[in-house]
Ligand binder design. Structure first.
Ligand code: URA
Length: 338
């Protein structure tokens, strides 16, 4: 029978770290995160200014799964959903940490309901209870090539450690307060040309804007402008794509929007991420971008060349407090990720 490996740490923790399940070392010693993954966590806590003994460390599942494969838990009579319920009832709701570090996808899913650790890592999220903050990070085991469920897993580039360090520092910072405070942000979807005129009128004193296009099957379908981190507008470029209607605007309204977009793309100093792509796509449909001013991808390549993931999502997670946003604004998110 697999050994029960319970959570360990202070009884009034500011921060709780939740992993997946004990591995070999944890099973042998009866202590969560006491093997190589734990060493990485300890080091990251230290770099973030706290000691591991200040953190309540636990796992969603308290038993080592056969062959470290959660799908085999039934072979030892353990049910993952029940384990997660116990985590909530006996640990989270009893100890009430201010923030939980979700270590890996299993913890992310059982704490928040989201999946996709590479997307959500570094975001400040709300747990399923609607009050506890959760900051997810990549499981350190993903850095080590290892056997799991009869397959070789892990072996992510070692530079992912930088992301783990960053996320843990963010979780430590968030554990200082109970409040969730995220940046104020408003994204308008343009429904007529008057809204677009008003948007640009409001910012006419400013000469720099961030610009981004979204494409579906390589066809640019909308363009967004923002003059600050707080407010953006997304403008459809087409009335429909295939059977998907993108806007209720008629041709005349859309024509006027195109004229405004053209004027602003020529007037403004443009900031973008991998803007060569946007510039090329916009060029194909007749827009010119004479004043490309700054490209965040090129900047990142210069100042942080070893960063393993330079997607806009990863950059936002490092340099802003914006949570993962690609799920939002579904009406213009039918297509491929940039
Ligand atoms: N991996 C986990 O998810 N938890 C541990 O305790 C050890 C390794």
């Amino acid at each position: 029978m697999s050994r029960f490996v319970g959570g360990i740490g202070p009884l009034e923790p500011d921060l709780m770290a939740v992993g997946e399940a004990p591995g070999k070392h944890e099973h042998e010693q009866g202590i969560p995160f006491c093997g190589p993954s734990g060493e990485i966590l300890n080091e990251c806590f230290y770099k973030a200014g706290i000691r591991r003994s200040q953190v309540y460390v636990t796992n969603v599942c308290k038993y080592q799964p056969p062959m470290n494969d959660l799908r085999k838990l039934h072979m030892i009579g353990v049910n993952l959903e029940e384990q997660a319920e116990r985590l909530w009832r006996d640990e989270i709701q009893t100890l009430r940490p201010k923030c939980i570090l979700a270590v890996g996808d299993t913890a992310l899913e059982h704490l928040t309901g989201y999946t996709g650790i590479l997307n959500y890592r570094g975001s400040i999220l709300l747990a399923k209870d609607g009050v506890t903050k959760v900051v997810p990070t990549i499981h350190p085991a993903a850095l080590f090539p290892h056997w799991e469920g009869g397959q070789q897993r892990g072996g992510l580039e070692y530079t992912y450690l930088k992301l783990i360090e960053h996320d843990i520092a963010r979780a430590v910072e968030e554990s200082k307060t109970r409040q969730l405070s995220l940046p104020d942000r408003q994204i308008d979807v343009c429904h007529n040309s008057l809204e677009l005129h008003r948007f640009f009128e409001r910012y006419k004193q400013l000469d720099k804007a961030a610009v981004d296009i979204e494409s579906i099957n390589c066809i640019p379908v909308c363009v967004g402008f923002a003059f600050s981190r707080h407010h953006a507008i997304s403008i459809p470029l087409l009335r429909r794509i295939g059977s998907n209607s993108l806007t209720d605007m008629g041709d005349n309204e859309l024509d006027e929007c195109w004229r405004v977009i053209d004027r602003e793309l020529r007037r403004l100093k443009l900031v973008g991420q991998n803007f060569k792509y946007d510039e090329f796509k916009l060029g194909l449909i007749g827009f010119e971008c004479p004043n490309v001013y700054s490209d965040t991808l090129i900047k990142t390549r210069v100042i942080f060349p070893e960063l393993p993931d330079k997607s806009l999502n990863a950059l936002s997670s490092l340099w802003t407090r914006e949570p993962y946003y690609k799920q939002e604004g579904k009406e213009f998110k039918l297509g491929k990720k940039k």
